[in-house]
Design a protein around this ligand. Structure first.
Ligand SMILES: Cc1ncc(C[n+]2csc(CCOP(=O)(O)OP(=O)(O)O)c2C)c(N)n1
Ligand SMILES: [Mg+2]
Length: 518
């Protein structure tokens, strides 16, 4: 049967399992919107296309499935850029469908044309560096193949964003419905077998070590390896620290957790790594600028290193490992755990992590190296209170990395999403809205006033669709991080960091949102 390309696109999204699509219509994309009218996919009107992409990313994070957004041509598409770049840097499977001017006017200066012809904006070039796959679909004879490519990039390997731009006339062409059969959805295969050699070599290094330390990265969470990880840690009495993105890889309130590792953390894990550890197991962690204290050589010097990652590009990128294994973290950790039990590997000498943290804090205090002075004890108390109120299952999107990274201890069933990727201010509110569309768990966006101003109107999107959401707004009338920088490095020459805030109680009231000032 022949149906419109616009309908094929909607069916393609349904086939990908898309549940919600976030966007703003414009005349160049109305045929696809019309297709959504009859679809099971829930379409949500947002306030700005950047937020639509952030929402799709938030949705993808919480579900592990494809998130979707939709815009018109020209400004609709260009507004997506930061949101798509964020999905790109965070490896999130996000699909964006954008409209485009009809092909017969390409190069003639059509309204919102972005074909790249005749001096118009070149959408293909614009998205080339921030997508895994982008296509301006000018013809239908290859449509099945294009959709198949798109699915491949969304679902397999290291996922990432896909942008499909479809000219208005192409959306209305008729094609055979059967072309969707060309789209192969990759299913997770059977658990890959980890060569025994790697497990043996790992065991050998672990056996020889006195004080191993596990540095868990987001790869452990993505691979669903949390329980294997904490089994190994508990069985062998190995403390665990995580990258910022992997907070909660093991329960941060447990006795073996050193909290996260990195410049804006409490600094306990860094001290343990430097002073105590003789073997570091770096598991699915990229060891980026923040985690590695700007690649401080002292941290890993003189230690044995095991690195495991499913992405070969991460292996030995910034350090040499004694054992580097390309493997699925879930398969590796489960195999390692089984071998540890089978060979009855002895637990390591008890390390009292609580006592270590206490002593480290005293050191930090007496050296005057505390990141946060007493004034911030209120913020710490707030995060402790939050832990008590929501002991398990809380979801937190954090714009304001410094507080939560230090103070909030993520439990095993919590989900903590820091503003990683390109670290764009204003990400937390729309990302949390995208996630809240599919989970009933308590949802929090933690955000500074500077970040809040960037995407605050999306609160009306949440109001519009009755999406439950808590915003914790840190209201200090300044871009605190910038102010701190200008204090430390620019001799207090404060420029463009301070600003006047609205009356938030009135703002909330006018939006129809409850407001409490703490
Ligand atoms: C889109 C974007 N623009 C600029 C920055 C640079 N930046 C990083 S932190 C920051 C200030 C954040 O201010 P606020 O949200 O009020 O948090 P605070 O530091 O005051 O806690 C800025 C401007 C950024 N990360 N993203
Ligand atoms: Mg601020």
């Amino acid at each position: 049967m022949k149906i419109q390309v616009s309908q094929i696109l909607v069916q393609f999204l349904e086939k990908l399992g898309v549940q919600c699509i976030f966007g703003i219509p414009g005349s160049h994309i109305l045929p696809v919107y019309d297709g959504l009218y009859d679809s099971s996919i829930r379409s949500l009107l947002v306030k700005h296309e950047q937020a639509a992409a952030f929402m799709a990313g938030g949705h993808a994070r919480i579900t592990g499935e494809v998130g979707a957004c939709i815009t018109t041509a020209g400004p609709g598409a260009t507004n997506l850029v930061t949101g798509i770049a964020s999905a790109y840097t965070d490896n999130l499977p996000v699909i964006a469908i954008t409209g485009e001017a009809p092909t017969h006017i390409f190069g003639k200066g059509g309204l919102q044309e972005s074909s790249g012809e005749g001096g118009s904006v070149d959408q293909v070039a614009l998205f080339a560096g921030i997508t895994r796959y982008h296509k301006l679909i000018e013809r239908t004879d290859y449509l099945g193949s294009v959709l198949n490519q798109a699915a491949k990039h969304l679902l397999s390997g290291t996922p990432g964003p896909v942008v499909l731009s479809i000219p208005f006339n192409v959306q209305k062409e008729l094609v055979d419905e059967a072309i969707l059969e060309q789209v192969a959805l990759t299913h997770p295969g059977s658990e890959p077998v980890i060569p025994e050699l790697y497990i043996d070599q790992s065991l050998e290094l672990i056996r020889a070590a006195k004080r191993p330390l596990i540095i868990a990265g987001y790869g452990c969470i993505r691979a669903g390896a949390r329980s294997a990880l904490s089994n190994i840690s508990e069985r062998l009495n190995i403390p665990v620290t995580s990258s910022l993105k992997a907070k909660g890889a093991i329960d941060e309130r447990s006795a073996l957790s050193l909290g996260s590792l990195g410049v804006t953390s409490g600094g306990y894990a860094m001290r343990y790594l430097e002073q105590e550890a003789d073997l570091a197991l770096i598991l699915g962690a990229g060891f980026n600028e923040r985690t590695s204290y700007v690649w401080d050589k002292k941290l890993l010097a003189g230690k044995k290193l095991i690195q495991v990652d499913n992405n070969p590009q991460q292996l030995q990128k910034v350090f040499r490992a004694d054992l580097a294994v390309q493997a699925d973290l879930g398969a590796y950790l489960r195999a390692l755990d089984a071998a540890i039990q089978q060979q009855q590997l002895a637990a390591k000498a008890p390390v009292d992590v609580t006592a270590f943290i206490k002593a480290a804090q005293q050191d930090i205090d007496s050296a005057g190296e505390r990141i946060f002075n007493q004034q911030f004890d209120h913020v710490k108390a707030f995060y402790r209170w939050l832990e008590q109120q929501f002991p398990d299952g809380l979801v937190m999107f954090d714009d304001n990395i410094v507080f939560a990274q230090n103070f909030y201890r993520v439990s095993s069933n919590d989900r903590f999403y820091p503003n990683t990727g390109i670290s764009s201010l204003g990400h937390a509110i729309p990302a949390a809205i995208g996630a809240a569309c599919t989970t009933k768990n308590p949802m929090f966006a933690m955000i500074g006033d500077g970040g809040f101003h960037m995407t605050a109107m999306e609160l009306m999107t949440a109001v519009n669709y009755r999406i439950p959401l808590n915003i914790v707004l840190f209201n200090n009338n300044t871009m605190g991080l910038i102010r701190k920088n200008q204090h430390q490095h620019y001799n207090d020459r404060f420029i463009d960091c301070d600003f006047t805030n609205p009356d938030y109680a009135k703002l909330a009231q006018s939006f129809g949102i409850n407001h409490v000032r703490v």
